[in-house]
Write a protein that binds this ligand. Structure first.
Ligand code: FMN
Length: 175
C-alpha cells in the first residue's frame, strides 16, 4: 500500500509537458484507457460535462494546427485530443470549467503513467469558434477547453530542463 501511494505521488511530481515526439502509432486500446482515466475526474453534481474528439488523421490535424502558433507540435504527434465543454450538460460556469481542468489533468497523468508524453495546448482557445467549425459543432453547444497533444517522447530532443515551482511556503498559511 505504502509503495503504491509513493508510486502515485511520484507520478504526479514527475509529469511534465512534452513537446517533442516520435511519429509512431498509438493503439486505440491505449487511447481509450487514457481517456477512461479522464472519466473518473470529479465534477460538480457529477455532471461530467466533457466531450472529446480523437484526432490522428493528418488532414484534420493540419486544420487544427493552423489555428495556433503551436501547430508544429500538434502535427508532429500521432494523436491530438480536442477537449470541449458540453454546455448543455453544464450547470455553473466556474464549476464546469474546474471539472474540465480535473478531467484534462487526469488524462495528462494517464499519458505519463503509460510512458507517453503530452502537452496541454491552451493558446488555441483564441480560435475556439474555428475549431468548432472543423467538427461541425455549434459554439453554443460545445466550448473548446484545450487540445491535448499526445505522442511517443523523442528523448533525443526533449531537454531535461529543471522544472520550476513556487515554494510551498510562498502560498500556504496554517491556521
Ligand atoms: C491552461 C493551460 C494552457 C497551456 N497552454 C499551453 C500552450 O498553448 N502551449 C504550450 O506549449 N504549453 C501550454 N501549457 C503547458 C504549460 O506551459 C506547462 O504546463 C507549464 O509551463 C508547466 O510545465 P510542466 O507542465 O512541464 O510542469 C498550458 C498549460 C495549461 C494548464
Amino acid at each position: 500500500m505504502e509503495s503504491k501511494t509513493n508510486d502515485l505521488l511520484n507520478l504526479i511530481r514527475s509529469r511534465r509537458s512534452v513537446r517533442n515526439f516520435v511519429y509512431k502509432k498509438i493503439d486505440n486500446q491505449v487511447i481509450k484507457e487514457i481517456i477512461d482515466c479522464g472519466r473518473w475526474a470529479p465534477s460538480g453534481r457529477n455532471n461530467q460535462p466533457w466531450k472529446v474528439q480523437i484526432v490522428s488523421h493528418p488532414t484534420v490535424k493540419r486544420m487544427i494546427a493552423e489555428n495556433t502558433e503551436y501547430g508544429g507540435i500538434i502535427e508532429s504527434a500521432f494523436l491530438n485530443l480536442v477537449v470541449f465543454l458540453d454546455l448543455d450538460r453544464g450547470y455553473d460556469r466556474v464549476k464546469d470549467i474546474l471539472a474540465m481542468g480535473a478531467f484534462i489533468q487526469n488524462i495528462l497523468l494517464a499519458v505519463h503513467a503509460k510512458g507517453l508524453g503530452a502537452v496541454w495546448i491552451g493558446e488555441i482557445l483564441k480560435n475556439k469558434e474555428k475549431i468548432c467549425e472543423i467538427f461541425k459543432f455549434s459554439p453554443d453547444k460545445y466550448e473548446l477547453m484545450g487540445v491535448i497533444t499526445v505522442g511517443i517522447i523523442d528523448e533525443s530532443l526533449e531537454k531535461k530542463e529543471e522544472r520550476k515551482r513556487r515554494p510551498l511556503d510562498e502560498f500556504i498559511d496554517w491556521y
